[in-house]
Design a protein around this ligand. Structure first.
Ligand code: ADP
Ligand code: MG
Length: 450
């Protein structure tokens, strides 16, 4: 494989890349960077965690290092589906452009227009934005896109899911047709294919791994869940989640738990906390400050479990997540690939465990159809029920109602720290003790051995 120094990037950029600790470009970087440096349009298709960000930021910085920005006319534009992702791209720019004098503005919701206007008025080399916010600025007459030389669309499939495609089309039309376009997506839905056919000109197509392939370094499994009591289904499911986390023991250093609904993200996170697992929610309804804070503590390793919705988690750059738990089978099969792509990054081992109940069967089959392979079933719901019975006996005092899950955060926190310390000293199969049923210790031992 090539080295970064083999790519025709300027020495100042190479120095910054080296300082960031990267030696070799990832496969998508190796192919996309030279094409972009040649001024070609690029269509990059690669799963999450393959290093797409640097594959467009590095050539952009190189191209922008010559020339300077005019007032209200950004020279380049990066569109991202969420604020978090936009903020991450901005961080990447800072890292790689640190030896150059390039200006940037980040146009995302939750930040005052005024501050952003000031930056735009001065003239920016790089404008990083979510589509809605960009259009707001444009409509206020504060922004001209006719000076855009390079335009990037990142995480296009998520843009599609979020209904941003009309916005993207509109923005494309506001920029000069002579612009260079770099377009990235983990998957190629027909609607995305259409957009790229319309707005990219003779793009160099860089496709890494088969479409919608999950990384080989992720150990996947699914647990078929059948509640013992229909009226307790929700709490039994949360109990199963805790149980699955416990089974992973110390192997599970940090995890993302994905839920389909925002309400479940909240309930799940509170419930985990109540039981002494350090968890915090992240979804689109939480304010920006809170989301940033949560993400930061997760990145720093202060927070062990992030409970997330698909939208909030899309594209988050969280290094080395050991586990992904799918509390629900995603409704869109392609989200499965995105979700589990949070683990097993850059060749590290990862584990992805999904809970599937009867109602999820159809979605589950869609996931397997997309992957074109079977996800191993770890145990049947019957076996789980017996394990649960024993666990229930041990934890009799802990029957819970939904109301209890919704106690205020503060109370939970104090309880939580104690419980957390305690659980660290415990056997890995917390709460099962000597009663661990055969099938559980079996799979547990297998995991230890592997
Ligand atoms: P994607 O956008 O494809 O999901 P990112 O650009 O967010 O991927 O990169 C995923 C992770 O890999 C990040 O933590 C990033 O710092 C790291 N990374 C990117 N390029 C390299 C490289 N060449 N060498 C090592 N790590 C890299
Ligand atoms: Mg990305």
């Amino acid at each position: 494989m090539e080295l970064f120094s083999d790519l025709k990037l300027s020495p100042k950029i190479l120095k910054a890349v080296k300082d960031a600790g990267y030696e070799k470009p990832t496969p998508i970087q190796e192919k996309a960077i030279p094409a972009a440096l040649d001024g070609k349009d690029v269509l990059g298709i690669a799963q999450t965690g393959t290093g797409k960000t640097a594959s467009f930021t590095l050539p952009m910085i190189n191209l922008l290092s010559r020339g300077r920005a005019r007032a209200r006319m950004p020279r380049s534009l990066v569109l991202c589906p969420t604020r978090e992702l936009a903020a991450q791209v901005a961080e990447n720019f800072d890292t790689y452009a640190k030896n150059l004098k390039l200006s940037k503005a980040l146009l995302i919701g939750g930040v005052s227009f005024k501050e952003q206007d000031i930056l735009i008025d001065k003239g920016v080399d790089v404008l990083i934005a979510t589509p809605g916010r960009l259009i707001d600025h444009f409509e206020r007459g504060k922004l001209l896109l006719t000076g855009v030389q390079v335009m990037v669309v990142d995480e296009a499939d998520r843009m599609l899911d979020m209904g941003f495609i009309p916005d993207i089309e509109r923005i494309f039309k506001l920029t000069p047709f002579t612009r260079q376009t770099l377009f990235f997506s983990a998957t190629m839905a027909p609607e995305i294919e259409r957009i790229t056919n319309t707005f990219l000109s003779a793009p160099v197509r860089v496709e890494i791994a088969r479409q919608a392939t999950a990384s080989e370094s992720i150990k996947q499994s699914v647990v078929m869940f059948k509640p013992k009591r229909k009226d307790k289904e929700a709490s039994e499911k949360r109990q199963l989640l805790r149980h699955l986390i416990d089974l992973e023991g110390t192997n599970c250093t940090n995890a993302i738990v994905f839920c389909n609904r925002k309400t479940d993200v909240d309930i799940c996170s509170k419930s985990l906390n109540k039981y002494g697992y350090q968890a915090a929610p992240i979804h689109g309804d939480l304010d920006q400050t809170k989301r940033t804070e949560t993400l930061e503590s997760f990145r720093e390793g202060d927070l062990r479990i992030l409970v997330a919705s698909d939208v909030a988690a899309r594209g988050l750059d969280i290094p080395s997540v050991s586990h992904v738990f799918n509390f629900d089978v995603p409704i869109q099969a392609e989200d499965y690939v995105h979700r589990i792509g949070r683990t097993g990054r850059a060749g590290r081992e990862g584990t992805a465990i999904m809970i599937c109940n009867n109602r999820d069967q159809k979605n589950f089959l869609n996931v397997e159809a997309l992957l074109q392979k079977e996800i191993p079933r770890t145990n049947s719901s019957d076996e789980y029920s017996s394990a649960k019975q024993i666990k229930n006996d041990n934890l009799k005092s802990k029957s819970v109602s939904t109301e209890e899950y919704l106690t205020p955060d503060k109370e939970i926190k104090t309880k939580n720290t104690k419980k957390h310390q305690k659980s660290e000293n415990n056997n890995r199969i917390i709460g099962l003790g000597e009663h661990t049923p055969g099938f559980l210790s079996q799979s547990f031992n297998d995991r230890l051995a592997s």
